[in-house]
Each structure stands twice: as C-alpha cells, then as structure tokens.
Design a protein around this ligand. Structure first.
Ligand SMILES: *Cc1c(COP(=O)(O)O)cnc(C)c1O
Length: 623
C-alpha cells in the first residue's frame, strides 16, 4: 500500500500531461538512440519500441561493449545470445545517450542527434496509440506545483491519527518508534539507487550489510542461518514451510504434509501452510487460551505417519508465554515433524529467549514489527527466516545470484530480488547496531513491563482475558468486553478513543468482543497513563449507560468519534455537552486531534464497494 501511495502521488503531481510528456521524452530518446545505432551498423528490435532496445550485430562485440560500459560506470543488459539490452526512463539525459553511443563505438559528434530527433515521429501508429483520455479526475489535474503538492500531501497526512500524535496500541502489530536516524540511510543513493541485479562487485557494501544482519538475526533467533529474501511475515511463513517440505522430501518422506496449527494462530499460518502443500489440522486451545497439549499429543499420534510440522506462535497470539511450548516442541519432534515458530511476537523474546533455544527448527521475523521498519498502511515488509543447521541447505536461492544466496540444495526464489526488499533492511541494521545486545534486551523487558503495567491498571475496569501462571501477560494483553456486549460494542470503545487522541487497539482479534493492546517499549509511562485514563473514563461513560443515567442509544460513546463539524453546528441536540464530546480530558483540550469523519458503517462499506469517481455529468460539464 505504501508503494501504491507513492505511485498514486506520482500521478497526482505530474497529471496526464506531465506523464505523457515524460513518456514522449523516453520514446524520443530511445528512438533517436536506435536510429543512431542503425547508422553505426547495429540491428535493433522492430517497432513498436517504447523504452527498451535489444541490440545485436554491428562493429563492437558484447565483450567490447561491456568493457567500454564498465569504464563509463554504466550497466547494460547482456543477453546469453550476445545481444545487449538498453532501457531508458525519464531520468535519462541527452549526455547519457552520447555516452552510450561512445560505448557502442561512435566517434564523438559522428551522429547528428538533433537531426535524428527532428525526423522522429513519436506516434506509434495503429493500435498502439492511445485515443482515450486518462487521469481525468480533478485530483490528477490540480496539484502541479511543489507548494500545492506539499499542502495536498500534508492535508491527507494530517487526517491520519498516527504515531506522531500518540501511541498506536495495535496488538500483534508492534507499532514501535521508527527512529529518524534508523531511516535516513535508506535515502542515500548508495542504497536507494542500486539495481538488485547489478554485478556482485558493485554491491560489496550491501553484501557486507546482509552478512552482518544475517549473523545478528541468527544470534538473536538462536539459529544457524538466515534468509533475508521473503518480503513479509506471511511470505516468511510460506518460505519456512517450503523449506520444511524440501527437507522431508530430501529425506525420502514426501508424505509428511500434515501441519498442526492451534486455533489461536494468526490467519496467515494456515494460508501459508496450505500454499506450501500441507494439509492443516487444527489443534484446540484450553480455557486459559493456551494450546491444548493433550489435543496436540492426540493429533500428533493420530497423524504420526504424515506429520510434517506444527506452526506455533510464542508468546501466543493470546499475549501469554505458553508454558507448554517445550512440551509441544518435544511431541512434534517425537512424531517426526518440524517446528515452525511464528516470530511475529519476537518483541517479547529478543535477548531473553529465542526460537532456537526453545527448540524450533524455523521461524520468521517481521523486521517491520520487532526491528523498527515502519509499516502503517501495509508494506513494504521484510520477513526473513532463521533455520537450524539441518535446514540451512534448503534456504531459497535465486537464478540471478546463483552461488551467492541460499543453501546448497536451495528451494527456488520466493521474491523477485535475491535479498528481497534490500533497501529497507538498512533500517533494521541501524536499529540493531545502535541498540546493541544490552539495548535490545532492555527493549524487550520494557515492552513486557509496559504491557503488564497497562494490564494491571485496566484489569479492574476491563478484565484481562488471558494471563500466565503468575498472573502476568507477555508484551500485549487482551481486554475482555464481552460482558458489556449488550451495552456497547468494542467498536464503540475504539471510536471513542479517537475523541481522546488515541488510535484504536486491535479490535476483535484474536477473540471477538475484545481489544488487544500492545504498547511496545517506545511509550513513556506518561503516555501509558494517558491511555489508561482514557480507557477508565470510557468505562465510566459506559457505566452511565448501564445505570440508566445516559441514554442507551444517544450517548457520548455510541455517537463517537465527534468531528469539528458536528460540534460547531448551529444546533446541538445531544443529551451531553459539546465539551464532554470533544474535550474529555485536559490534555485533549490543550491539543486536539480532530477526527475528520464521524462514524461510518464499516460492514456496509466492505460489502458495497463504490468508486469515488465524479458523476458522469461532471465530465460532461467540463467539456
Ligand atoms: C503480523 C503477523 C503475521 C503476518 O505478518 P505480515 O508481515 O503481516 O505478513 C503473522 N503472524 C502473526 C502472529 C502476526 O502478528
């Protein structure tokens, strides 16, 4: 989604005319370069050509061209059949074309580029010329100066209740600080402007970074080897399960395709297992939210001939350090299966324990959760997997980095680039480098402490659903609102939190009618206290409904969030004050996030997709 936003902003800024202009320029330069090459005696691919030429024949061989290109610090594509590929984009300049002509053996000024340009017809002719209009919506035709664009982007951004406003307590998502110092290197051209398939000797710095990061992640997870290739947690699960599958096949046990998954698992677990060729068998959870070890043992025994793996999350998606985890590992190994640990909750393990120490065979990490890569709105993520030594040979390879990535019996690539979303691993690298071992361990301790602080403060108001044997939670906690179901919904509380400047916690996952809160180590006690006060005040507001003091259908909770427009209206017919609606605490009165819209019917919206295009008449009027 982040990448989609980038692309959409490109279209908003340049608009239909700007995009056409850029395309025409690319077409012109490519066409001129092609004609010049033909003058030199080369053969190029037939029209229609937009931005890419495949070049063969001519005075210089591929080897000569390659040497000349390298001398000019230019990378071209070298086909197996001896041809050379060149592609232009909107950053290509006239002097790049001149340099390229030199690389292909032209003497300076031998080609009259201006004359060739003047003789070029930009139209493709036939079916390739676009006849219809495009990007006609006003949004693509309004913000074409940098100032306008800045304000447009800032307007959109300021409608978003983000980490720059307050804690985002989304359980399971680990919304921690994405420090500026960690993110700056991402912008350096040495990282940002490198193609994933440049020759190995041009990316030595990246290689060093990968090696160090892999080593650190191996140490953190307690594993022998790490692959940075998967692009998300779910992709890591899929990769890990393929590795397990390859291991069983290699050992002559292709029938091991049963995968045990507890009912508490994240939805991606069964999806990844199924995609990797496993049949999912669900294991029950007990009253305390823990994996029902007796049920697991029974199913492992029942499927002992085909048992391939278990997928287990630790601490569990219920926010508890499952005490049965060692027993689960032992049972699955005893029956010939491999243990896949979902490492999305690694923020509760780093420095204190590790998947390898617990006895798992594979785990994925979400670098965009535990290791500080920002992930609001989804992607780009990094979901590396760590594996024990016996699985290292199967780590994914890549045909364009053969021998440089993956194990000796590598499974095929799981991403289009050999090291996945390479540029953003700089963020996790910087995070680990700056935190150091002691800092990372301290972060884990603080994350667990913060979650337990919130759990202890809020338990009297909203019972904490699952706790470990000592009455503690891990790095997140689930608040039970099921007993309030007849009075308000969890959504009401989530929306009311917005009036207090807070983003909603995770709603109804993994248990219906609950809120899951994960504060992370990034939050100060002052912020935790503000959040708890908001939750407690909302509980009082709910109590007023319960006692009959507030109207069950017209009260400050069910009408939330309150927009500026709603309280600035001439009439106010609510049974509570405007102040109570929008300034429920002193800190909100002092600095207010105004929710841009009030309540929407989410379910209706999900079921009734609408296009936000203008009505057709608007286009007619413009004509
Ligand atoms: C986030 C998460 C995943 C999936 O990770 P993505 O990077 O979103 O694909 C899997 N399991 C758990 C427990 C998670 O919290």
């Amino acid at each position: 989604m982040l990448l989609a936003i980038l692309a959409s902003m490109y279209a908003v800024y340049h608009g239909p005319d700007g995009i056409r202009l850029r395309a025409q320029r690319v077409r012109l330069l490519t066409s001129v370069f092609g004609k010049a090459l033909q003058q030199l005696g080369y053969t190029i691919n037939a029209e229609p050509v937009f931005d890419t030429l495949k070049i063969s024949g001519g005075p210089r061989t591929q080897a000569t061209i390659r040497a000349a290109a390298l001398a000019e610090a230019v990378n071209l594509r070298y086909y197996d059949d001896g041809a050379v590929g060149v592609a232009f984009d909107e950053l290509t300049r006239l002097n790049n074309v001149e340099t390229l002509l030199g690389i292909f053996g032209a003497v300076p000024n031998a080609v009259d580029i201006k004359a060739l340009a003047a003789a070029t017809d930009l139209a493709f002719g036939g079916p390739h010329d676009r006849q219809s209009d495009y990007l006609t919506h006003p949004v693509f035709n309004t913000y074409h100066s940098e100032t306008e664009m800045m304000r447009y982007i800032n307007k959109l951004q300021s409608r978003d209740l983000s980490l720059t406003h307050s804690m985002i307590p989304l359980g399971s998502c680990t919304m921690k600080l994405n420090a500026t110092a960690e993110m700056l290197p991402l912008l350096w051209p040495e990282f940002a402007a490198l193609h994933p398939f440049v020759p190995a000797d041009q990316a030595a710095g990246y290689q060093e970074l990968f090696r160090r990061l892999e080593k650190w992640l191996a140490e953190i997870t307690g594993f022998a080897a790490v692959s940075l290739q998967p692009n998300s947690g779910a992709a890591g699960e899929y990769t890990g399960m393929l590795v397990i599958r390859a291991y069983h096949m290699d050992r002559g046990e292709p029938q091991r395709t049963t995968c045990l998954i507890p009912s508490s698992a994240h939805g991606t677990n069964p999806a990844s297992a199924a995609m990797a060729g496993f049949q999912v068998v669900v294991v029950a959870c007990d009253e305390g939210g823990n994996v029902d070890v007796a049920d697991l043992r029974a199913k492992a025994e029942q499927y002992k001939d085909t048992l391939g793996a278990v997928m287990v999350t630790y601490p569990s998606t219920h926010g508890v350090f499952e005490e049965g985890v060692l027993e689960i590992v032992r049972i699955v190994h005893q029956y010939g299966g491999q243990v896949y640990m979902d490492g999305a909750n690694m923020n509760a393990q780093v420095g204190l324990t590790s998947p390898g120490y617990i006895g798992a065979d594979v785990c994925h990490l979400n670098l965009h959760k535990t290791f500080a890569i920002p992930h609001g709105g989804g992607g780009p993520g990094v979901g590396p997997i760590g594996v024990a030594a016996h699985l290292a040979p199967y780590l994914p390879g890549h045909p364009l980095a053969a021998g440089r990535v993956g194990g000796k019996k590598a499974i095929g690539p799981v991403s289009s680039a050999p090291w996945g979303s390479a540029s953003i691993v700089t963020i996790s690298y910087a995070y680990i480098a700056m935190m150091g071992a002691a800092g990372l361990t301290r972060a884990t301790q603080m994350a667990i402490l913060n979650a337990n602080y919130v759990a202890a403060r809020l338990d009297p108001y909203y019972p904490v659903l699952y706790k470990g044997a000592n009455g503690r939670v891990a790095h997140e906690c689930i608040l039970d609102l099921r007993h309030l179901k007849d009075v308000i919904s969890v959504t009401d509380v989530a929306k009311r939190l917005m009036d207090f400047n807070f983003h909603a916690p995770t709603v109804a996952f993994p248990v219906h009618d609950t809120l899951m809160i994960e504060p992370t180590e990034s939050e100060s006690q002052a912020e935790l206290d503000r959040f708890c006060q908001a939750m407690i005040q909302i509980r009082e507001e709910i109590r007023a409904i319960e006692s009959g003091a507030a109207d069950p259908h017209d009260n400050v909770v069910v009408n939330s969030p309150h927009t500026a427009a709603s309280v600035a209206s001439a009439t106010w017919e609510r049974p509570y004050s405007r102040e109570q609606a929008v300034f429920p605490t002193t800190w909100v009165a002092e600095w207010k996030f105004w929710p841009p819209v009030g309540r929407i019917d989410s379910v209706y919206g999900d079921r009734n997709l609408v296009c936000t295009c203008l009505p057709i008449e608007a286009y007619a009027n413009k004509e």
